[in-house]
Write a protein that binds this ligand. Structure first.
Ligand SMILES: [Zn+2]
Length: 189
């Protein structure tokens, strides 16, 4: 597919939320996989993460989802669709430092609304879903690699290895080292 250039002009339209260009182009943010109209008043993205689409179809064919705030496809996004979007955002970004505010901001909703809606639909909070993703990733690293525990904790997005070990023990019932040791037992025992 032909790449459309993000010119300085287009970039200015985006950061100034210019509504006169709505319909002329759309922009997507690669870290969130969400696309918007130029006028969207969501947080300004990092310029290097922005790509331009001429049409909605183009954005969707590349796996981008419409923004809940500006609904570029002209249809209000249902809460269910939005939560699918938030989940896939978390799956892409769980290694980064995140909190309820940053997640809400990146997914174009308010923290309160995100917390409530996510819980209604999935029966867990965004942060517990996030911890689950990190835990699964850490388990994989424990299983597949020889990386030290503190490295695994950082790579999986945990704020500290003390927190990682406490959380792991609470969820899995054994420590990360025991978990790794048990797996070895399974293979060679
Ligand atoms: Zn938007």
């Amino acid at each position: 597919m032909k790449k459309h250039l993000l010119t300085d002009k287009k970039w200015n339209e985006i950061i100034n939320n210019n509504s006169q260009l709505d319909g002329k182009f759309y922009y997507g943010v690669t870290t969130t996989k969400i696309f918007c109209k130029p006028s969207c008043n969501s947080k300004n993205p990092n310029r290097e993460n922005v790509i331009i689409f001429k049409t909605i179809q183009e954005a969707q064919s590349m796996g981008f989802r419409p923004c809940k705030r500006c609904h570029p496809h002209g249809i209000r996004l249902s809460n269910e669709e939005w939560i699918v979007q938030v989940k896939s955002y978390l799956e892409l970004n769980f290694k980064k430092k995140l909190n309820l505010n940053t997640i809400a901001e990146d997914c174009h909703g308010s923290p309160y609304y995100l917390q409530r809606t996510f819980k209604n639909i999935t029966n867990q909070t965004p942060l517990s879903y996030l911890s689950g993703l990190r835990l699964n990733y850490a388990k994989n690293l424990l299983q597949e690699t020889e990386l030290p525990i503190n490295k695994i904790s950082i790579d999986s997005g945990f704020s500290s290895d003390t927190y990682f070990m406490t959380f792991f023990k609470k969820q899995v019932g054994i420590t990360p080292s025991e978990f790794r040791q048990n797996l070895k037992g399974d293979i060679y025992g």
